[in-house]
Ligand binder design. Structure first.
Ligand code: 5AD
Ligand code: SF4
Length: 455
């Protein structure tokens, strides 16, 4: 047991934020106290991301800043958690002398022991990956956040081996958490007043625990509390289950929003990326999504300038994005990662300048699509879950629509945690602005026939 104060700084994806909440729980259980700033802490952890080089650069810079804190406070311990741990443990510990403890994503239960080793004057490392670890029995402790929306991790790891992606190497093989433990966590969140849960996994539609698949899990999750709404991230287009589309269409509390990463728009690129679907299959899938769930909002991930990308392939990505008209897109320049297939087999040969200009072209097109579509929202009504006060003013609330758009509206008599019907009156490319009309309940507002779907 230790009475130390700890601080965790998290980089990267939502999975990492969910993992930091698991680490919170492990450390609090060990007698430690969470604090909100690095300066107050006896132990600082950085939960790291390796997905692109600039994510790693940010972490390195931050560790260097902590080195000066270490000089001022000689008992200060600095630890690296997460995806960067395994890849650069030797570098971190031996050469740079920045870090005392390194823990990979499957070894968080070992942190209390590792801290004891550090106390005894040793450097401590555990970067072993596991085939089973899901932290199913650990209840995450959410020390930051708004108390209204939460992430719940349902599976870990990835077996897809897209040629550009380091995740299978940093986070290991796919494994799913038992459904009972997921439903228990959702129930607790509902009792604590949370209103929205995003089910998380590197590859959510690969969820499989005994005979339970992802659609069944969503079905059961949505029944825990009909006034709690659900999203999920991220599915893979190669095997998106159509029954899930029908379930989303029917259930009032399954949000009409799907993040469906395309990565690229040409068959040749998709093949080099080891994404096992064609452009045509992808477009057929998004077409079905729009057909089955009227008004569904779609978002995507796109990589510009992957190995050997021709201008024609780039234009195919542009045209795919134009056809689908995503409501939101996460767009990146390709960043070569060690150990991936692309690193071993292909050349990172699109010049930096070309990568950047293609990325800019992709972003500009996307922004103009979003602006155009947001203008069409004016006059529409949305059910918005109020998440808290808006950034600009205490007199305004902000939250997201069922379709995942950020909406800001005057507070009037409404409170955080309520579903409010809002009429959109204005917009920017990123935010909708509206007028609140009334407080609603999900079940009464949508009145869909929920039980016909899975019969
Ligand atoms: N370079 C650029 N973007 C990448 N992504 C994954 N690996 C890389 C890489 N090496 C993007 C993908 C993925 C998202 C999480 O990050 O688009 O869907
Ligand atoms: Fe990476 Fe592909 Fe797995 Fe996503 S599906 S985590 S992009 S390997």
């Amino acid at each position: 047991m230790s009475e130390k104060r700890f601080y965790i700084e998290t980089y990267g994806c939502q999975m990492n934020f969910a993992d930091s909440e698991v680490v919170n729980s492990i450390l609090i259980e060990d007698g430690m106290t969470p604090v909100q700033t690095a300066e107050e802490a006896d132990v600082i952890f950085v939960n790291t991301c390796s997905i692109r080089e600039n994510a790693e650069t940010r972490v390195w810079n931050r560790l260097k800043e902590f080195r000066s804190l270490k000089k001022e406070k000689d008992h200060l311990t600095v630890g690296v958690l997460g995806c960067m741990a395994e890849r650069i443990r030797d570098q971190i510990i031996d050469q740079e002398k920045l870090v005392d403890i390194v823990v990979g994503p499957d070894a968080y239960r070992d942190i209390p022991n590792l801290l004891m080793e550090v106390n005894d004057g040793r450097k401590a490392v555990n970067v072993l990956l596991s085939l089973e670890e899901t932290y199913a029995d650990i209840t995450p402790v959410r020390t930051s956040g708004n108390g209204i929306t939460a992430f719940v991790s349902i599976m870990r790891g990835c077996d897809n081996m897209c040629s550009f992606c380091v995740v299978p190497f940093t986070r290991g093989r796919e494994r799913s958490r038992p459904m009972t433990s997921i439903l228990r966590e959702i129930q607790q969140l509902s009792e604590q007043g949370y209103r929205e849960v995003t089910l998380l996994g590197q590859n959510v539609n690969s969820y499989k625990f005994e005979d339970i698949d992802f659609t069944r899990l969503m079905d059961e999750a949505s029944k825990v509390d009909p006034e709690m709404r659900f999203r999920f991230s991220s599915p893979h287009p190669k095997d998106f289950p159509e029954p899930l589309l029908h379930l989303i269409a029917e259930r009032p509390n399954l949000c009409n929003y799907i993040h469906i990463p395309a990565q690229a728009g040409s068959d040749t690129m998709l093949e080099r990326m080891r994404r096992p679907y064609t452009r045509e299959q992808y477009l057929a899938l998004t077409g079905r999504m729009r057909e089955i769930i009227p008004g569904v909002s779609l978002s995507t991930d796109i990589i510009a300038g992957f190995c050997d990308e021709t201008e024609e392939e780039h234009q195919a990505t542009m045209s795919l994005m134009k056809i689908v008209e995503y409501d939101l897109a996460y767009m990146f320049a390709y960043s070569e990662r060690e150990r991936t297939l692309a690193h071993r087999k292909y050349e990172d040969n699109v010049p930096e300048k070309v990568k950047k200009s293609r990325l800019t072209e992709i972003i500009q097109q996307q922004m103009s699509i979003q602006e155009k579509n947001n203008k069409l929202e004016i006059g529409q009504r949305h059910v918005v879950l109020a998440e808290g006060k808006s950034k600009r003013s205490d007199q305004q609330l902000s939250g997201r629509s069922d379709t995942n758009k950020m909406v800001v509206f005057d507070r009037e008599g409404y409170s955080k945690g309520e579903y409010v019907e809002v009429e959109i009156t204005d917009c920017t490319s990123a935010t909708l602005i509206g007028k609140p009309l009334r407080k609603v309940s999900l079940q009464n507002y949508y009145r869909k026939d929920a039980d016909a779907v899975l019969a």
